[in-house]
Design a protein around this ligand. Structure first.
Ligand SMILES: [Zn+2]
Length: 324
């Protein structure tokens, strides 16, 4: 293990403590402890791509193994129980709210199923940002780090996360209302493609930096997207809230329609590299991916971690393989 400076050790300890912090359920007014909630069901969906009960995901690099040249994230082989999950809901809410998306068979064409998957991902994004804010606050408050040059930047990133939480909470309320009283406030489409050993579930805001004011009072327009390996297909569910959409989003949703296999693979590559963090793949697929494509993916992700632009172009196919 590389030797860390005193300063790095302090930071690594703060990060470790934040990640072992116990969180409450994200449902308003519920103070029960959050359990590890999966973004997609373990048995029935993640099962379809796991190998010996394991999956591959990108996770932030362990701060105790930092090196000057290391990427901010690393590939990890994760047991199914801990894969694609984070502390979101208490046991009660986790099982009562999501019954319809935790059963098997699951009807992915159903509006309510699509709503629930997207609602869960909004809650996950809120929690991820809360973890970030907690971490940044502790770093900013640490006496020993008070002289650091990066503080102003850290303060701005923390503020950005706090604004993000406010946006997401507006979405969360809309979902909660819609789940009680369905009134078609959201639009979803579903597309089926040949089976690939991948999965994903996320929301992203495709920004046009020339037009977007980050401090606007309305929530940013968002795309909900779920990549679900189920019933021998890769199912793409993609949608938006009718109040918060624009031409780009409407076109984007239709652009998943009727793709040739190679274009589908390139579109997935673009999604994973440029737009979302919550995705993973099977250990078997990882073995098949070409080394230089994996390197391209990781370099792109490292460079563009904070890039929300809708104009990003990723020009390779992560899933191409050599014909034999
Ligand atoms: Zn609860």
């Amino acid at each position: 293990m590389p030797k860390l400076t005193e300063r790095q050790k302090i930071i690594a300890n703060i990060i470790k403590n934040v990640h072992s912090k116990k969180w409450e359920c994200v449902i308003d007014g519920c103070t029960n402890p959050a359990i590890n909630s999966h973004l997609l069901q373990q048995n029935g969906i993640l099962d379809n791509v796991s190998v010996d009960g394991h999956l591959i995901e990108y996770k932030p690099t362990d701060p105790f193994t930092w090196k000057e040249d290391s990427l901010p994230f690393e590939k990890k082989r994760i047991g199914k129980k801990n894969a694609f999950s984070l502390p979101l809901f208490c046991n009660n809410h986790d099982s009562s709210i999501f019954k319809e998306v935790e059963t098997h068979p699951i009807d992915l064409e159903q509006y309510r199923v699509q709503l629930l998957l997207s609602y869960r991902v909004i809650c996950a994004e809120i929690r991820k940002k809360q973890v970030n804010v907690e971490q940044f606050s502790r770093l900013l408050n640490a006496e020993t780090l008070k002289g650091d040059r990066g503080r102003e930047n850290l303060r701005l990133v923390k503020e950005g996360n706090e604004l993000g939480i406010k946006d997401l909470e507006k979405y969360k309320i809309l979902f909660e209302e819609e789940l009680i009283n369905e009134s078609s406030r959201f639009t979803f489409k579903i597309y089926k493609y040949p089976f690939l050993d991948i999965y994903g579930s996320a929301v992203f805001s495709p920004l046009d930096y020339l037009k977007t004011d980050a401090y606007q009072s309305e929530p940013l327009n968002g795309v909900f997207i779920h990549v679900i390996p189920y019933n021998d297909f890769t199912n793409i569910i993609v949608g938006y809230c009718n109040n918060y959409t624009d031409d780009w989003i409407v076109k984007y949703i239709d652009s998943w329609n009727n793709l040739e296999e190679e274009d589908f693979e390139k579109k997935l590559t673009q999604l994973f590299a440029a737009h979302i963090e919550n995705w993973g793949m099977s250990p078997d697929l990882l073995k098949e991916i070409k080394k230089d494509n994996l390197q391209r993916l990781e370099e792109y992700m490292a460079k563009n971690a904070n890039n929300l632009s809708q104009h990003q172009k990723v020009n390779f196919n992560l899933f191409e393989y050599d014909e034999e």
